[in-house]
Design a protein around this ligand. Structure first.
Ligand SMILES: *Cc1c(COP(=O)(O)O)cnc(C)c1O
Length: 421
């Protein structure tokens, strides 16, 4: 990792050596007014569009045009079981068994559906523990769950905070919170990779700790899916959710993935919100049947899903399946390590990377604090053709995504940043 070199030649050389470099051509790379490719480092917010997406969606549009309702059974990819075409690739992607995953709803909606089952507060044990800088939607969701169950959302919410003057979270502090409050906590809900710092948590360690105090544990892996190795089954978490439009390149606002651990797969007594799509497939269309819940994560579905949206997910997952997370991670670590190497050269009196320096505790994103900067820096970067993401007060988040970003992208980004500073 330490044999990175400076200069454009080195970056170009690495792109030639990169066996995944050809995947870049399979994406639409946004361009500026003059037709030059932008340096797109925002795949943590919205992944780019695979060129194949259009064909996948067109297939379903055509089958709909030609078959109408018969498409449910006669389409090339019959719509009735369309979500099943996503199962295996999704399971591989997040390290789950097929019975543990399903694609449905939007992310925050799934968070609520999971809490309907796994947040079961009692008078003595009702608190929810989240990380202090959780993604706003997650915070709002858990607060509203507290209120929904008649609790005070301020008193009922516990925060795992960084220490004074630090950004990253510390496991000893989490252990202390649980030691003092574990018996009051019904649910621990943490962002598997924190959206702001890029810190990738040890899911297994957190789940084990939570379970040892009798808490339920869930992770929002919106910044993890397609970015880090999640090993959800082995982590033993009770549930997890993620979106498909960030690292999974499935298009703006697309559906969410959901994981429910196998040990809950056959628990028919687990309370949940249900619909006809959670009902036994064999008898679903007999109608007027007593409810008979499907085993596994599929048993949390409500509605027949949006096929056009799922086609875009299939386009992306087929690509992930072909590349495989191992090869992707190998490149990711090299690419982000290279980014870090170049940034460090700017000097720590100018920038500070708040993302963990240990490659096993982060994904591809680096959160760069630029000392004494304001939003004008981000404007200038955008003007110069770098698409990144600004978070108040002074942090630029950049994600060199191994599926389509190049070493040259990273090189050019740092050059532009240097010029501006
Ligand atoms: C992106 C993101 C969301 C967005 O939620 P939607 O329901 O998809 O709008 C929520 N939580 C986290 C942690 C995220 O990263």
């Amino acid at each position: 990792m330490s044999d990175y070199k400076f200069g454009l030649e080195y970056a170009k050389q690495q792109d030639i050596l990169d066996e995944l470099s050809r995947y870049r051509e399979q994406f639409h790379i946004p361009k500026d007014k003059d037709g030059n490719e932008l340096i797109y480092l925002c795949g943590n917010s919205l992944g780019l569009q695979p060129k194949s997406t259009k064909d996948y969606i067109n297939q379903e549009l055509e089958d709909w045009a030609n078959l109408g309702v018969e498409g449910h059974t006669d389409a090339k990819n019959p719509w009735m079981k369309y979500h099943e075409f996503l199962t295996e690739a999704t399971a591989n992607l997040v390290g789950a068994k097929p019975i543990e995953v399903v694609t449905m709803n939007s992310l925050t909606a799934n968070l609520h559906f999971m809490m309907a089952s796994f947040y079961k507060p009692t008078k003595e044990r009702y608190k929810i523990l989240i990380e202090s800088d959780a993604f706003p939607s997650d915070k709002y969701a858990v607060e509203s769950q507290l209120r929904h169950h008649g609790f005070n959302d301020e008193e009922g919410l516990l925060l795992w905070k960084p220490r004074e003057g630090e950004e990253l979270l510390n496991y000893e502090d989490l252990e202390l919170i649980l030691k003092n409050h574990g018996h009051e906590i019904a649910l621990i809900m943490i962002g598997g990779v924190n959206y702001y710092t890029g810190q990738f948590f040890d899911l297994k360690r957190i789940a084990k700790l939570g379970h040892s105090y009798g808490c339920m544990v869930g992770f929002d892996c919106a910044h993890g899916a397609g970015n880090v190795k999640l090993n959800l089954h082995d982590s033993n978490t009770d549930f997890a959710v993620w979106c498909t439009y960030k690292y999974l390149n499935a298009g703006p606002g697309n559906l969410s993935g959901c994981f429910v651990h196998e040990r809950h797969a056959y628990d028919k007594d687990l309370n949940r919100f249900t619909g006809w799509w959670s009902h036994n497939k064999e008898t679903r269309f007999n109608m007027r049947q007593e409810f008979d819940v499907l085993p596994g994560a599929e048993g949390w579905q409500l509605s027949n899903p949006p096929i056009l949206a799922m086609a875009a997910i299939k386009a992306s997952l087929d690509m992930f399946n072909e590349v495989g997370m191992d090869r992707l991670l190998e490149k990711s670590k090299k690419l982000t390590g290279y980014f870090e190497f170049l940034l460090k050269e700017l000097g720590d009196n100018i920038i500070r990377i708040i993302t963990p320096s240990n490659p096993d505790e982060r994904g591809c994103q680096l959160s760069i604090q630029v000392l004494n900067a304001d939003k004008s820096l981000h404007h200038k970067l955008t003007e110069s053709g770098v698409i990144s993401d600004w978070r108040e007060p002074d942090v630029i988040r950049c994600a060199p995504v191994p599926m389509y970003n190049s070493f040259e992208d990273v090189y050019r980004m740092v050059e532009k940043l240097k010029e501006i500073l």
